[in-house]
Write a new protein. Structure first.
Length: 295
């Protein structure tokens, strides 16, 4: 047996190529899509909806806490968190997803048998057991500076949205954001103090048109995961409640008077139904209007 094959078998390393059932369709759509991927872990994670959560290696407590919160929120909605296992924001992104019982994928700039940075050896082991390690570089490939910008196209290519939590002007996370935009994916950024070097990059992204993320639920809104899914609507709401929910979905916020006209029912009737829907968490009321509730 070839030495490389023995190493792969010993370390449970598999190969994924275009045309194979597990190869993500989202990667086939990007320029310079990887011709093969080496992986360790649960490849079925790539069938989930995915979001990238990335940022600088050098960060502060605000960035680390925010990365954990956003990734945890995504995990609650069964969204796989994609990142690069670098120190800083990437590590917090993986940690937030795992701690919430969710799925996460690390796309590496080295072979999947190499731990970089070395301080993440415990995280790497946990990703092998509960997540997925992915790389286009063969086993034994050491991390090189030019590998990381190259691998970033895979992080963004796997993801519906790319969230930059905290980035300096020179951060590789900005390359990921640029690649995501080129790939036609939405770019989101967390605003930060304008006088902090940690936030220069993500604040500039917002200035250039990225979606600002002011709370973890904003990422769910970007992915249209902030409202009840069809199955939950059918299970949770009565026929009349479903009708009102549909009207709000199509027309946006509405007043009770507008619903009364549409339903041809008196305010007392509509108010009683809306009250029940609010208790069920399907809608909320504010400023005299009715809105679909956010997650």
């Amino acid at each position: 047996m070839h030495k490389g094959m023995r190493v792969m078998r010993k370390r449970n390393i598999e190969i994924l190529r275009p045309g194979m059932h597990e190869y993500p369709a989202s990667l086939s759509e990007i320029n310079n899509s990887p011709k093969q991927l080496y992986y360790v872990g649960d490849i079925s994670i790539l069938k989930k909806r995915c979001a990238a959560v990335v940022g600088s290696r050098n960060t502060n407590q605000y960035g680390r806490t925010t990365a954990v919160a956003i990734s945890g929120k995504l995990a609650e909605k069964d969204v796989a968190v994609i990142s690069g296992m670098a120190r800083g924001i990437d590590t917090c992104a993986h940690r937030g997803a795992l701690d919430a019982g969710g799925s996460t994928v690390a796309v590496l700039g080295c072979g999947v048998d190499i731990c970089y940075p070395e301080e993440n050896s415990a995280l790497k082991k946990e990703l092998e057991e509960r997540g997925l390690l992915l790389s286009e570089y063969p086993p034994g490939t050491m991390p090189m500076p030019y590998h990381f910008p190259q691998r970033n196209r895979i992080i963004s290519g796997l993801s519906e949205v790319t969230v930059v939590v905290q980035a300096r002007n020179s951060s590789g996370a900005l390359i990921t954001a640029e690649l995501a935009a080129e790939q036609g994916r939405e770019v989101c950024a967390v605003p930060g103090n304008i006088d902090s070097q940690y936030n220069l990059g993500n604040n500039k992204l917002i200035k250039d048109g990225a979606r600002p993320i002011t709370c973890p639920a904003d990422v769910l809104e970007a992915m249209r995961l902030d409202v009840l899914d069809d199955e939950t609507v059918r299970r949770l709401l009565s026929a009349t409640e479903q009708l009102i929910f549909s009207m709000l979905s199509e027309g946006g916020e509405m007043t009770v008077d507008e619903l009364c006209r549409r339903l041809e029912k008196p305010p007392s009737y509509v108010n009683s139904i809306v009250t029940v829907m609010e208790l069920k968490g399907a809608v909320y009321t504010a400023l005299g209007k009715i809105f679909i509730a956010k997650a």
